[in-house]
Design a protein around this ligand. Structure first.
Ligand code: URA
Length: 437
C-alpha cells in the first residue's frame, strides 16, 4: 500500500477500506508516514467527508494505536463528560468535582487547547504544582480513593489522535465531523469509561457553527458509542457567545473556583447542572434529570463540591488553597480595559473572535510548538443582553509583559468588534438546544 494512493483515493471522493485506514493510522503513529502526507489526507477528509463505516473504523484504529485502559478495578459506573470544544468552556473544572461529590466516579482524560478553543489540561496546569501525568495504576487508585482524576493524553493512550490532533490544529482541518467524532470517541473508548456525556457545542465559538452540523456530529458520536457498548448521550449546548466570563487558562480556573463557591455566572452554572444531571442519571445516582439537578444544586450550596475540588487538586500535586483564594492563581498584572464605542445593549458577542483574541494574547497555540502563557486572556465584563453606556468597559485584556502596544491595540479592537451593540435588548437564546441519545 502507498500513502499517496490513499490520499488520492480520498481526494477523489472514494471510501477507504478498513485495512487502508489502519495502514494510515499505524504508519503515522510509528512515524513512517510524515506529517505532510497525513495533513494532505486530513484535508482530503475535510472536503470529502467519511462514511459512518469509515468513521467507526478510524475511531477504532486510533483507539487501538496505543494502550487501552481497563477501568474495571474502579467501583461503580465510570461516567465521562467530553466537550467538542468552545470558548470559555470551563465546565470540566466545575463538573468533575461536582459529579464526584454526588458519588459518580469521574476518571477523565482531557486534551489541550485546539485552534481558538481552550483545553482542560492547559487550564489545570495553571494551578501551582498540578500534574496531569500519572500511571494508569495511580489514575485508578486516585479515582477509587478520591472519586475523581483528570489526566492528559500522556503515556501511550491514543498516540495517533495526539499526533493528528496537533497536526489538524495547524493545518486548517479541525472542523470536520468525522475527524472530530473519531478524535473524541477514540479517546473515550481507550480511556475506558462505561458511560459518556458529550457536550456538543453549537454556534460561532464552536467547531460546528450550525445546529444542523452539531446534530450530525452528535449523532455520529452517539452511534459510535452505542456500537462500542458505551451508553452515550449528547447534549447540544450554545456556544454563540463565550460561556461564562473568562477566556484564558488561569482566568478560567479562577472562574471555576468562584462557581464552586456558589458565585458562578448563570450560563456556566446551568450548563454544568444540565450536563451533570445526565452524568448522574447514567451513573445511576438519580432516577430523573430533575432529581439529579436538585442533588447537584445541594452539593454546590453545601460546599461539598468545592471541598471535592480541593481534594482533587491536592491529590494531583496542586495547591488546594486556590479553592479558598482563587487570587493565588497567576493572572498577568498587565491589563487593559476595552471600552464600549457607543451605549446600548449587547446584542451578540462573536465567541470565535474572543477565542482568537485570547490566542493572540498568548493563551492558545499558533503552531504545534508554541509555548502558551497561562496568565493571559480575556475577562468579559458584559454578556449578551447587558446594558452598557458609551466608554464603559466591555472586557479586560490580560496581556504578557513582552506584548507590543501595537499588538495590544489590535487585539483590543478585535474584542471591541466582537461585540454587537444595539438599541434594543436582544431576544433570549436557548442554552440547551437538543439532547440526542
Ligand atoms: N476535541 C477533541 O478531542 N478532538 C477534536 O477533534 C475536537 C475537539
Amino acid at each position: 500500500m502507498r500513502t499517496v494512493d490513499l490520499i488520492q483515493k480520498k481526494r477523489d471522493g472514494h471510501e477507504l477500506a478498513r485495512e487502508e485506514i489502519q495502514f494510515l493510522i499505524e504508519g503515522y503513529t510509528k512515524g513512517e508516514i510524515p506529517d505532510y502526507q497525513m495533513a494532505a489526507w486530513a484535508m482530503a477528509v475535510f472536503f470529502r467527508g467519511m462514511s459512518a463505516r469509515e468513521t467507526a473504523d478510524l475511531t477504532l484504529a486510533m483507539a487501538a494505536s496505543g494502550d487501552m485502559l481497563d477501568l474495571s478495578p474502579i467501583l461503580g459506573i465510570k461516567t465521562d463528560k467530553h466537550s467538542t470544544g468552545g470558548v470559555g468552556d470551563t465546565v470540566t473544572l466545575v463538573l468533575a468535582p461536582l459529579a464526584a461529590s454526588a458519588g459518580v466516579p469521574v476518571a477523565k482524560m482531557s486534551g489541550r487547547g485546539l485552534g481558538h478553543t481552550g483545553g482542560t489540561i492547559d487550564k489545570l496546569e495553571s494551578i501551582p504544582g498540578f500534574s496531569t501525568e500519572m500511571s494508569p495504576e495511580d489514575f485508578i487508585r486516585q479515582v477509587n480513593t478520591h472519586g475523581v482524576a483528570v489526566i492528559g493524553q500522556s503515556g501511550n493512550i491514543t498516540p495517533a489522535d495526539k499526533k493528528l490532533y496537533s497536526l489538524r490544529d495547524v493545518t486548517g482541518t479541525v472542523n470536520s465531523i468525522p475527524l472530530i467524532a473519531s478524535s473524541i470517541m477514540s479517546k473515550k473508548i481507550a480511556a475506558g469509561a462505561d458511560a459518556i456525556v458529550l457536550d456538543v457545542k453549537t454556534g460561532s465559538g464552536a467547531f460546528m457553527k450550525t445546529l444542523e452540523d452539531s446534530i450530525r456530529l452528535a449523532e455520529a458520536m452517539v452511534s459510535i458509542g452505542t456500537e462500542t457498548g458505551r451508553e452515550t448521550v449528547a447534549v447540544i449546548t450554545d456556544m454563540e457567545e463565550p460561556l461564562g466570563t473568562a477566556v484564558g487558562n488561569a482566568l478560567e480556573v479562577r472562574l471555576a473556583v468562584e462557581t464552586l463557591q456558589g458565585k458562578g455566572p448563570a450560563d456556566l452554572v446551568e450548563t454544568c447542572l444540565t450536563l451533570g444531571s445526565h452524568m448522574l442519571v447514567l451513573g445511576v445516582k438519580a432516577d430523573s434529570a430533575e432529581e439529579a439537578k436538585d442533588i447537584l444544586k445541594s452539593k454546590l450550596s453545601s460546599g461539598e463540591a468545592l471541598a471535592k475540588f480541593k481534594e482533587f487538586v491536592a491529590a494531583q500535586g496542586g495547591d488546594p488553597a486556590v479553592g479558598d483564594d482563587p487570587n493565588l492563581l497567576q493572572v498577568s498584572s498587565r491589563h487593559v480595559t476595552v471600552p464600549a464605542p457607543r451605549g446600548g445593549y449587547v446584542g451578540h458577542i462573536t465567541a470565535e473572535e474572543i477565542g482568537l483574541a485570547a490566542m493572540e494574547l498568548g493563551a492558545g497555540r499558533e503552531t504545534k510548538e508554541s509555548v502558551i502563557d497561562l496568565s493571559v486572556g480575556v475577562q468579559l465584563l458584559r454578556k449578551t443582553g447587558d446594558a452598557v453606556q458609551e466608554g464603559e468597559g466591555l472586557a479586560v485584556l490580560y496581556a504578557k509583559e513582552g506584548q507590543s502596544q501595537e499588538a495590544l491595540d489590535r487585539i483590543a479592537k478585535r474584542v471591541q468588534n466582537a461585540y454587537l451593540l444595539q438599541d434594543e435588548a436582544p431576544e433570549h437564546r436557548k442554552l440547551v438546544h437538543a439532547v440526542i441519545s
